[in-house]
Ligand binder design. Sequence first.
Ligand code: MN
Length: 164
Amino acid sequence: MKPNMAFEALALAATMGLCSGAAFAAETHREQTIIRNGEQAAIKGAAQFFTGDVRVDPLYPANNDMRSSGGSVTFEPGARSHWHVHPVGQALIVTSGVGRTQEWGKPVQEIRPGDVILCPVGVKHWHGAAPNSAMTHISICEEKEPGKVVEWLEPVTDEQYNGR
Ligand code: MN
């Protein structure tokens, strides 16, 4: 599979989840790959998985050797993911703005640039922007099976989002 084909598969896969992953290259490249900024089309976060305006900028796909994939996800003010769980967990690295995250049954937490959030296997949670600020985080997930990085659940209500 040529790199640009992998990116097309990645772009399709990214519409399905927070992480950009899921493109399993048919072969392993034995040289560095430099994915140039702007080569991969941004994808709008699907309304069935997100509340508000969300953009996923794919960073890199998983391959046969490296099972993690990465994407940069930007939430406009008030936007957030639905509740979800990750089959292998997730690392989030906040790169700009102010955001919020919450584990099921626990208080809403504010998150800021430089914060790293580790979401363990199977822990129900959401993440998104603050009400008056956009937020961007890098999301890194590993695949349990090809293309499977997230299991989507119900939307986050306004009451939950506002911590009431
Ligand atoms: Mn998550």
